[in-house]
Design a binder for this molecule. Structure first.
Ligand code: PLP
Length: 382
């Protein structure tokens, strides 16, 4: 199967040179807008592109307020802070995620709790979440969930839309409502992905998007907090700056700010990339359809969007029949200059999270041993 993939991607990207997993494309107004920031000298934390980029994301996703940050990890850190996560709290997330999800909550002093993912979405499984809480939580007299043994508060549930495929949000929101726990979406990978017609990242009270260089659009480095409430959005902006109270010349800061502001020069790139997003989405969907055909009938299974969702197909992925075949596939493709990668190691295998609380993780383990990401850059070549 690896020969078939190598031939296909070399043809698709029209090159025999190295083919990366995901490379950015700058074929629109990127240079023009970045040059504008240089010409105007507004390259830093103030400038019209920051406001414009936030407005573009608000219009596209339908969120009440979008706040630009230096990267997706900072956006997630801010989202958790705004949702009231405190040191010592428990935050439930997936064991199968990129480490940044856990880093953000670790730096708040919160503890991750790992629950299994669903085979339908590759993201947090609503049934596994409810069953973990049934076994380990109780609802206290104030109506909030606490751990049965340690008494710690279960403060937030953070599902992640893996590779852009939306999680089962209706069911997850029902479990969060039952246990009275806030939902915060790690939508770092899912700009352009919709759940039943609504953009991912607009279901939780706060959520985070990433514009890292490998994402569907990039600002070099960058992120965005999506805020469900307008007033919460204003407060979010305040904490991502230096929390300065507006005044013509006095310096008065009413709380410790993060200074996570996205520079205007990066936002300029973002404005141009947002203009390209519909094109990227179309190209990535076309590529995914071709991959689906390529793997039809093989004992490798191409991961398709869940039937309830429209995915951005950020990173395409296949499931290999077994671990051994997976190793050969990765070795052979990389040897021939076609970048493929195994999915991340489960979070509890990393030294900083090895003692984290967790439920049973059979689906996460199954995916961990079989999944491979394959080249996914948008391309207009057919
Ligand atoms: C699932 C997930 N969460 C968070 C992040 C963090 O984003 P960033 O790299 O912009 O900090 C990323 C991407 O890198 C990610 O894939």
């Amino acid at each position: 199967m690896h020969h078939k993939l190598i031939n296909f991607v070399q043809e698709r990207y029209q090159t025999k040179e190295f083919i990366p997993l995901h490379a950015p494309t700058f074929s629109g107004n990127e240079k023009k807008y970045v040059n504008n920031t240089l010409d105007s000298t507004f390259v830093s934390s103030v400038g019209k592109y920051v406001d414009q980029f936030e407005q573009q994301i608000e219009a596209y996703t339908g969120t009440a307020k979008a706040i630009a940050t230096v990267n997706g990890t900072a956006a997630l850190h801010t989202a958790l802070y705004m949702a009231g996560v405190k040191a010592g709290d428990l935050v439930i997330t997936q064991a199968l995620t990129f480490v940044a999800t856990c880093n953000a909550l670790y730096h708040m002093g919160a503890e991750p709790v790992f629950v299994d993912v669903s085979k339908v979405s590759l993201g947090l499984c609503p049934k596994a979440l409810d069953s973990y809480l049934e076994d380990n939580a109780f609802i206290n007299n104030d109506g909030f969930s606490q751990h049965k043994v340690t008494q710690q508060a279960f403060r937030a549930v953070v599902p992640m839309h893996t590779f852009g495929h939306p999680v089962e949000l209706d069911e997850l929101m029902a479990v969060c409502a039952k246990w009275n726990i806030s939902l915060i979406e790690d939508a770092a990978e899912s700009l352009g992905s919709f759940y039943k017609g609504q953009h991912t990242g607009t279901f939780g009270s706060f959520s985070a998007i990433s514009f890292n260089g490998n994402k569907i659009i990039t600002t070099g480095g960058g992120g965005m907090v999506l805020c469900k409430g307008f007033d919460e959005g204003i407060q979010t902006k305040h904490v991502t700056t230096t929390a300065k109270v507006p005044h013509p010349y006095e310096f008065f800061h009413d709380e410790p700010g993060f200074n996570y502001r996205l520079p205007n020069i990066n936002a300029a790139l973002g404005c141009a990339q947002m203009e390209m997003l519909p094109t990227f989405l179309k190209q990535k969907r076309a590529l995914a359809l071709q991959y689906k055909d390529l793997f039809k009938g093989a004992d490798f299974k191409f991961i398709e969007e869940p039937e309830y969702a429209q995915s951005n197909y950020w990173l395409n992925a296949i499931i290999c029949p077994d671990e051994g075949t997976r190793e050969t596939f990765i070795k052979e493709t990389n040897y021939d200059g076609v970048m493929t990668r195994p999915i991340w190691k489960l979070m509890h295998r990393l030294p900083m999270f090895e003692n984290a609380k967790r439920g049973n993780l059979p689906v996460s383990e199954w995916i961990e041993s079989r999944l491979v990401n394959i080249p996914s850059s948008p391309t207009n070549k057919q």
